[in-house]
Write a new protein. Structure first.
Length: 275
């Protein structure tokens, strides 16, 4: 059993007990009550600041990477492609790719001699795969001297990572100018996909739409009013289209809510939860 999971229900029970004791005096045994003081004192400033700083430290800790893939190869129409050449032939076993805007599919073609290319795999880019690392394994390893990524329509594709049959990352890649964005951030290739380097859960909708507002692209998610995504776009504008950037504003507003919540609880309860 993971005892850490007990922290939240126990904290909730403790809060409810404190609230019952302070906010519902008529339902408990009458006790001599001190005069309630709803004025703001220095003690309030110290307690409120301490709670806010502590929460901010916990909330911002390990929020997500402050760096990541931010340049994209922007395919405009069906048949557009980027060609990448390996320094020397290698057995290609799998490919990982970081998806950007728009949905569709790219096709991976492999050439053993750098001249004749054969179809090898599909690289789908659905709505659940945007702004995250995705992986496709080949049915069997193929000798590759060069590869082509061919789009089936308008797609933004970020970095790619090529792995040999043993799972080792292939380095020393080169590309023509049109597709250089696919290999210009190789240092950002993570060991594995996780929330620190990719979108997670509903982030496939909201950060994407916030970024589309910044880029003047048609917004994908229109089921909610745009204010929340526009606020999120401020963090992206400051820190970039990286996990820390698209999560920053939500956490910041959560932190800023604490002083307001403390103020209203002070007025409502007329004192301190702990005398």
């Amino acid at each position: 059993m993971n005892y850490v999971t007990l922290v939240f229900p126990l904290a909730l029970i403790a809060f409810l007990l404190l609230f019952y004791w302070e906010a519902l005096p008529a339902l408990r045994v009458p006790l001599a009550q001190p005069q309630r003081d709803t004025r703001w004192h220095r003690r309030d400033s110290v307690v409120c600041l301490g709670i806010t700083v502590l929460y901010a430290l916990v909330a911002f800790a390990d929020l997500g990477n402050t760096h990541g893939v931010e340049t994209f190869c922007k395919f405009q129409s069906r048949g557009d492609y980027a060609e990448i050449t390996l320094a020397e032939p290698a057995e290609l076993g799998s490919i990982r790719y970081y998806s950007g805007l728009y949905m569709g599919e790219s096709s991976l073609y492999i050439s053993a001699d750098g001249e004749d290319f054969d179809y090898a795999a599909a690289l789908p880019q659905g709505h659940t795969k945007v702004f995250k690392w995705n992986e496709e394994a080949l049915e069997q390893p193929r000798t590759a001297r060069a590869i082509r990524i061919v789009a089936d329509g308008k797609l933004w594709l970020g970095e790619i990572a090529l792995y040999d049959a043993d799972g080792a990352l292939l380095r020393d890649l080169s590309c023509a100018d049109g597709g250089s964005a696919l290999i210009d951030e190789q240092d950002e290739i993570p060991v594995a996909y996780d929330y620190r380097n990719s979108t997670y859960f509903d982030e496939i909708y909201h950060p994407r739409t916030a970024y589309e507002h910044l880029e003047n692209e048609p917004p994908y998610e229109i089921s909610h009013p745009p204010l929340g995504k526009m606020i999120m776009s401020l963090g992206i504008a400051i820190f970039g289209m990286v996990p820390f950037g698209w999560r920053f504003m939500g956490v910041l507003f959560g932190v800023l809510m604490l002083p307001a919540l403390y103020f209203f609880l002070k007025k409502m309860l007329g004192g301190y939860l702990i005398p």
